[in-house]
Design a protein around this ligand. Structure first.
Ligand code: BG6
Ligand code: GLC
Ligand code: GLC
Length: 924
């Protein structure tokens, strides 16, 4: 049995490569001929070793291991599926690099119906040698020029043309239309192209040419075009094999096996780039002295060693080197050479193909040799035929070993006993040398007997496949444009944000004066932030955010100690009768008191009530209207403290001393103010959004006194309810507003806060689905469900530590079956919506801090903002976007954001403590 082992470890690695001139000529001529031909023989064992070594090289490269043994590159393309057969339209295809020194342009029409095919129009242009070796710009200008010439002859008019670029060199692709050349191979060596995006270079050249409007939508390797352009046989065609000037293959790989991709589902087409196999020395045992000589004289010595044994660019040259050697040793042509025989490139692939073909007959071989300036005898002709056959046979066998490596990899990774697969073949070697395919087939059968392979020639030399990929790329590009159009209104520029700041500022002034304004600017009767001398035990309630809480707050010399319990408020209670709601609140307090052993004590109570209230004193607050999800009846227009006291009265057993009612913004400001005396602003970005700040009392109409300060609850959630935000409001905002329990109200809040962002995203996703951009255009029941897309998903999806596949998992849990393109788009939608929210919030904060600075006539203001709210705290980028916007719009204010750690209940207790302290001082 043949042993299988890595070729690289075999004895003979790096076979000596001595210069051609010094090749020894043995005295026995028949021995010399045998020796030459023997060098080209590859044994079954050697083929198996190549197969095994290539397989392990492929697997290492897939696993992301960059080791010297990984000589194949395994480059992922952005092709994720084989054709549907529904692709349609007219496409231009430009092929560069597959077929030596020629460039081919095709006009391909895809009909969208399988079996119905239209012949493409095509034209070939010869690329002059100096262009292949000159500056890159010259090559791309040449291509653009050929395109114009081709199109001039077609009646295409001025339409916008979509082009697929078949570029057959190793490239790192980063998108369907982005591809960086790693290195030139085959006969090309243009300067300034390696490391550049070849799509951009082509676009630039087309632009310079200026004749046609051509959009380069996709770039593909020739192997990919070959695979995609094959009419499916028994099963889908999942391997593309090219043997033309060079050689390579691509195949459909499981995405999870490709380490460089952040993807665990589906398949992706990978270009093996096996031409470079052996560049690390692994081919040592099978390299002949002629291979070494050929490599040394090539444009890229040491590179593409495997390709140089198989590719059509090299077969003729190998034959020439052998014939020249034999002639020089006197075995051929009577020991005579000719200048042509000694010149590089004088024997081409087509010569070898003809000379090797037994049916062509001796006469043809004779003519070819004569054209090379040689005078062959009858035995010479026969020997030359042997040489050609040996070189070609080896090429086909080596190619088979490589293909067998790909097939066995597929068979193992798909865990199939027998792999049934279709391989699309393309390239001139197949066309010109019929024997190549039969040797290849035979050898593959020998090396991979468990694979049942059908070989099908690709249509239109791969041009059709390139058009297929282009069609898909064009569809994706159209989707991207629709996504951008949809999200454009969410992307606010500096001017728009400055306008929001200015409008907010104006509305603040009007609201403070008591003039018509969407900002109510409610006095809170909080005149001072804590001074640290407050002491005592207090009860606090915290109603209106995500959680309803009852707290015991102990303010002592050593600091503040808090014990709290969260109670739920069922939606039926939040939206039931007022009496029911307040009875429920008192029940919770009683429960808390019992659990804490506080029953019977009448501690002072601070009530954080996070809704707009007109306060007439610290312990009086008339609810103006419910916001967020609350809508309990018979409360609006009532004093909330009275409603609470009445409920306490109904529950005869308890006594409570309600001292203060506090908005959550105020509670947050006070809570942070206990630690930092600069904290003069409170900000909430949670279920709802709002801010409060310390205003000069003289600016506050309706409250007596001209000196000192008072905290103003802005109720900025209602900003824009007079229509002033109209220009910024999108159709999605309008839909969210219309479906809410308070249409037309809290318009600013509905663009910013947690209760609404998920809904905005959901409406955008519905729209994109209806455009066919997302979820293949299929509407799901799930996405039609209100509030299914929670705002916390935005925080999760936008988290930097999440890979795209985790984003997909979150969405799939929601019942949204999506591709990675979909996942990326959903992420972009979330980003646009939360970015706008943070920027609008920042514009509001900028208006507030600027007002404080101007009130005080300061050149520069240093101020802290106490912040709370789940969106602000949980979202990965919200806080930094708010801060960045404030820096931009209020450059003369140095603003520090402090996150409240204890919620606004602590603040309510502190307000109560200050009130108690002041009351005691007054009594003394
Ligand atoms: C909490 C406060 O910490 O933040 C609440 O104690 C406030 O009173 C809340 O309403 C705001 O955030 P959310 O996300 O709970 O609405
Ligand atoms: C070379 C190129 C490769 C191409 C092959 C066949 O090996 O590097 O990208 O597919 O030739 O044209
Ligand atoms: C809503 C309320 C407001 C509160 C804010 C944050 O906008 O009307 O009073 O401060 O939500 O919870």
């Amino acid at each position: 049995m043949d042993s299988i082992g890595p070729v690289g470890l075999q004895q003979g690695e790096g076979a000596p490569c001595y210069p051609q001139e010094s090749l020894p000529c043995p005295s026995d001529s028949s021995e010399l001929v045998q020796e030459c031909l023997r060098q080209f023989k590859v044994t079954g064992a050697q083929l198996r070793q190549i197969q095994a070594s290539l397989l392990s090289s492929m697997e290492q490269a897939l696993g992301g291991q960059v080791s010297p043994a990984s000589a194949v590159r395994m480059l992922p393309t952005y092709v994720g599926s084989t054709p549907h057969g529904t692709e349609q339209g007219d496409f231009l295809v430009l092929e560069l690099g597959a077929t030596g020194a020629s460039l081919r342009i095709l006009w391909v029409t895809l009909t969208g119906t399988e079996g119905h095919r239209m012949e493409p129009r095509s034209q070939e242009f010869v690329i002059p040698q100096e262009v292949m070796l000159g500056p890159g710009q010259q090559l791309f200008d040449f291509a653009a020029c050929c395109l114009s010439e081709f199109l001039d002859a077609l009646p295409v008019g001025n339409q916008n043309l979509q082009l697929g670029f078949s570029f057959s060199f190793p490239c790192h692709q980063t998108g369907l239309d982005r591809s960086t050349l790693i290195s030139w191979t085959k006969g090309f060596r243009c300067s300034g192209v390696e490391g550049q995006d070849v799509v951009q270079l082509l676009r630039d050249a087309i632009q310079r040419q200026g004749a046609y409007s051509i959009d380069v939508v996709a770039v593909v390797n020739d192997t990919v075009g070959t695979m995609m352009g094959c009419e499916p046989g028994v099963g889908p065609c999942e391997v593309g094999l090219v043997v033309d000037t060079g050689t390579n293959a691509c195949y459909m790989e499981e995405a999870r096996h490709v380490a460089v991709l952040d993807e665990d589902r589906g398949r992706v087409c990978v270009s093996v780039e096996w031409g470079s196999f052996g560049d690390d020395g692994a081919l040592g045992p099978v390299l002949t002295t002629f291979d070494c000589a050929l490599d040394r004289e090539s444009l890229n010595p040491g590179a593409q060693r495997f390709e140089k044994m198989i590719g059509g660019l090299y077969l003729g040259e190998l034959v020439r080197l052998v014939l020249a050697h034999l002639a020089q040793c006197g075995v051929l042509f009577g020991g005579c050479t000719s200048p042509a025989l000694l010149s590089r490139g004088s024997i081409l692939l087509e010569h070898v193909a003809e000379m090797e073909d037994p049916s062509a007959g001796a006469a043809r071989v004779h003519t070819i040799l004569q054209d090379l300036g040689l005078s062959p005898g009858a035995s010479d002709v026969e020997l030359v035929q042997h040489v050609c056959a040996a070189v070609c046979m080896r090429a086909a066998q080596l190619c088979a070993a490589a293909l067998a490596a790909v097939l066995s990899h597929l068979q193992h990774s798909r865990e199939q006993q027998t792999l049934q697969i279709t391989v699309a073949t393309g390239g001139r070697v197949f066309e010109r040398q019929p024997r190549f395919l039969s040797i290849l087939q035979e050898t593959v059968m020998f090396l991979a007997p468990e694979c049942d392979v059908s070989f099908i020639p690709s249509l239109d030399g791969g041009g059709r496949g390139v058009a297929m990929v282009t069609a898909v790329a064009a569809r994706l590009a159209a989707h991207r444009r629709l996504l951008e159009e949809t999200l454009a209104p969410f992307r606010l520029n500096r001017e728009q944000l400055a306008a929001v700041q200015a409008q907010m500022r104006e509305a603040m002034t009007k609201g403070l004066r008591g003039e018509a304004s969407s900002l109510r600017m409610l006095p809170t009767y909080v005149r001072a932030t804590p001074d640290g001398s407050e002491r005592g035990d207090f009860l606090a309630l915290d109603l209106g955010g995500t959680n309803f809480r009852v707290l015991l707050v102990r303010v002592a010399t050593g600091g503040v100690q808090i014990t709290n319990q969260v109670y739920s408020i069922p939606e039926c209670v939040a939206q039931g009768s007022g009496q029911q709601l307040f009875d429920h609140i008192v029940d919770c307090i009683v429960d808390f008191q019992q659990k804490q052993g506080l029953s019977g004590q009448s501690l002072p109570l601070g009530f954080t009530f996070s809704f707009p209230c007109r306060q007439l004193g610290l312990d009086q607050g008339i609810l103006l209207n419910w916001t967020k999800g609350f809508n309990a009846s018979d409360c609006e227009g009532q004093d909330v403290v009275c409603l609470l006291r009445e409920a306490i009265g109904r529950r005869k057993a308890v006594e409570l001393n309600v001292v203060a009612i506090v908005n959550d913004t105020v509670g947050t400001m006070m809570s942070c103010g206990y630690e930092d005396p600069h904290c003069e602003v409170g900000l909430i970005v949670g279920t709802g959004t709002n801010a409060c700040y310390m205003e000069e009392l003289r600016n506050v109409a309706g409250v007596a006194g001209d000196s000192g300060h008072m905290c103003i609850n802005m109720e900025w959630g209602a900003f824009g309810d007079d229509g002033s935000l109209g220009v910024l409001s999108t159709c999605f905002d309008a839909r969210v507003d219309q479906a809410s329990i308070n249409p037309g109200k809290q318009r600013f809040e509905k663009m910013i806060s947690g209760m609404y962002l998920g809904e905005i995203v959901r409406h955008i996703l519905l729209h994109l689905t209806s455009l066919g951009v997302l979820f293949r255009g299929q509407q799901t029941q799930c996405l039609q469900t209100r509030d299914i897309f929670k705002t916390k998903f935005l925080s999760e999806i936008e988290s930097d530590s999440l890979a795209l596949r985790q984003v997909r998992a979150i969405l799939e849990d929601l019942g949204l079956p999506l591709t990675s393109d979909d996942a990326l788009m959903v992420l972009e939608v979330c980003q646009a919506v939360s970015q706008r929210a943070a920027q609008l919030c920042g514009a509001g904060v900028a208006a507030v801090v600027e007002k404080i600075r101007e009130n005080r006539g300061l050149e520069e203001l240093t101020v802290s903002v106490g912040v709370d709210g789940t969106l602000y705290k949980l979202h990965p980028h919200f806080s930094s976007l708010v801060a960045a916007t404030v820096r931009e719009l209020a450059p003369r204010c140095v603003v520090t954001f402090l996150q409240s750690e204890d919620g606004s209940g602590k603040g309510a207790a502190l307000v109560t403590a200050v009130a108690c302290r002041l009351a005691q001082t007054a009594c003394v």
